[in-house]
Every structure is written in C-alpha cells, then in structure tokens.
Design a protein around this ligand. Structure first.
Ligand code: HEC
Length: 211
C-alpha cells in the first residue's frame, strides 16, 4: 500500500485510508464523536439547497394558485368540466330523455343505451348495491321484492330523490337527467336475474313491470 494511503490523522489519531491532504483539519470536523467515529462537516451541496428553497417557494405559489384563488384552476374542476363536456357529446345524439315509463321500457330493449346506464351504475351505485346489483348496504336489485318501488316510475323517483331517510342518496343534483333515466332503465333490467345477495330479501313482491 503506498505511504500516503496508510497514515495517522494528526487530529484524531485514527488511521486514515486516504491521501494526507484529505485528512480533515479541526475546522472541518463538527466536534461530534461517537464510538471513535467523527462527523465531518460536509455541507449539503449548493445546488441541493437551491432546489430545496426553490421548491418551498414553488409550493406556496402552487397552493395559492390552485387551491385558494379563482375557480376553474384545480385539476378536479378541469376533470369535472371535461366530464360534463363529454356527457354533452354523448347526449347530443340521444337528445333529452323524458323521465317516464315508456322511455324506460324503450331503453330496456336497447343494449347500447343499457351499457351507458351500466357505466353510471358502476361509477355511482356499486359501493352500496354490489357490482352486479345483488345488494350490499342497499337492497338486492335483482330479485322480485322491492321496498320503495311498486312500479317502474318509482325507480326514477327513488334515484332522483333517494329513500330510507337518506340511506339511499338522491341523485337529482349529481347526475345528468339523462343519466338518471339510463341508470333507472339499467336497474329495472336487473330484475329477474335473482342473484343471491348478502342481505335477506327486503320489501314486498310486486307485479311485473308494465306501463
Ligand atoms: C350510500 C349507499 C347507496 C348508494 C351509493 C346507492 N344506493 Fe340505492 N339504496 C341504498 C339503500 C340503503 C336503499 C334502501 C333504502 C330503504 O331502506 O328504503 C337503496 C334503495 C335503492 C332502490 C330501491 C330499492 C327497493 O327495494 O325499493 C333503488 C332503485 C336504488 N337504491 C338505486 C340506486 C342507484 C341507481 C344508485 C346509483 C345511482 C344507488 N342506488 C346508489 C343505498 C345506496
């Protein structure tokens, strides 16, 4: 081993494994010593400190710009806007659906539009009614027994205004009116699947859907 790599540090008395000129002087040590190991005063590089301070300033700017000021700036709002525009596009072809029984009966025969209703159901209802509508917190929607529903029109009513003192939330203000009709048609179409659910059947047997 060359001499310069096996010398004693004059300050610490420890063997040092590097060139003499690298041996820390007293000023370069912090004075912290643990188990014979001394802490070298090795400041964080300037570029790192710069990035740290810059990101602190940026965070303040970001917070004020996106969270405390004018509307329409947060990513959430952009998403909502994009979603609304997308719905408008989808519904441009469909037009305004009336919230009545003949429309439900028509939609129940239209597999494409039932798929749109299904996607609304997946996005908003599965947390309480289960992925296939067999019930969870809310009742089974695939059997013949219904609690708040006697006829097709009651489905639209329950979806719009909720039921069970808010246990079933109302969706009038949260869904597009077309979505209410589409998801109601999808729910009506689930009846008869008779999937086993986690809850006992609730409500009364009701007559088949009719006008
Ligand atoms: C927070 C949980 C929850 C969500 C989310 C939810 N529901 Fe419900 N739903 C319930 C509960 C609970 C009931 C039963 C209310 C009662 O006890 O009268 C219910 C009842 C219903 C009924 C009447 C069932 C019957 O037997 O009378 C329909 C129809 C229905 N929900 C459809 C939907 C649709 C469509 C969605 C999504 C847009 C939805 N629900 C989202 C909890 C929920």
């Amino acid at each position: 081993m060359p001499d310069c790599l096996s010398t004693m540090c004059p300050q610490t008395g420890n063997a040092i494994m590097y060139d003499d000129k690298d041996c820390p002087t007293q000023e370069q040590l912090t004075g912290h010593k643990y188990d014979g190991i001394e802490e070298y005063d090795n400041p964080t590089p300037g570029w790192w400190v710069f990035l740290f301070v810059a990101s602190c300033f940026y965070a303040v700017f970001y917070f004020v710009y996106y969270h405390c000021s004018l509307e329409d700036r947060s990513i959430h709002e952009h998403y909502e806007q994009a979603l609304a525009e997308n719905l408008q596009l989808q519904f441009a072809d469909i037009g305004e659906l009336s919230q009545d029984v003949p429309t439900l009966l028509r939609l129940m025969q239209d597999p494409d539009l039932l798929t749109v209703g299904k996607s609304t159901f997946k996005a908003n209802c599965v947390s309480c009614h289960g992925a296939d509508g067999a019930g969870l917190v809310g009742p089974n929607l695939t059997d013949e027994q219904w609690k708040n529903v006697k006829s097709l029109h009651d489905i639209i009513h329950v979806v719009n205004d909720g039921a069970g003192n808010g246990a079933m939330p109302g969706w009038k203000t949260r869904l597009h009116p077309n979505e209410v009709v589409l998801v109601s048609a999808y729910v009506a179409s689930l009846r008869g699947n008779n999937l086993p659910g986690p809850r006992p059947p609730e409500g009364d047997m009701i007559p088949p859907w009719s006008e």
